[in-house]
Design a protein around this ligand. Sequence first.
Ligand code: SF4
Length: 85
Amino acid sequence: MSRLVERVVHGLRVVIDRDQCVGFGDCVKDAPEGFKLDEDSIAAFVEPEAVERERLLRACDACPVDAITVWDETGRQIVPSRVGI
Ligand code: SF4
């Protein structure tokens, strides 16, 4: 069974690969309204729509193992970016 979870937020598709997540919590630190660590110390969604778009993107991009990917309205992958930060 896939452990991908996703939400559409601000027109963006945000995907957490829970198999990839190692529980460092960088995403939670940057956007605690949006993400939490669950009882297994794996990232899960809280209320990502409560986080402004730019900060949400930063939080997603902060993941050291690229467990979070973000796709824009046109289907282009914009996180992880690795450029322009
Ligand atoms: S930053 Fe990445 S590895 Fe860390 S908790 Fe979030 S999704 Fe998991």
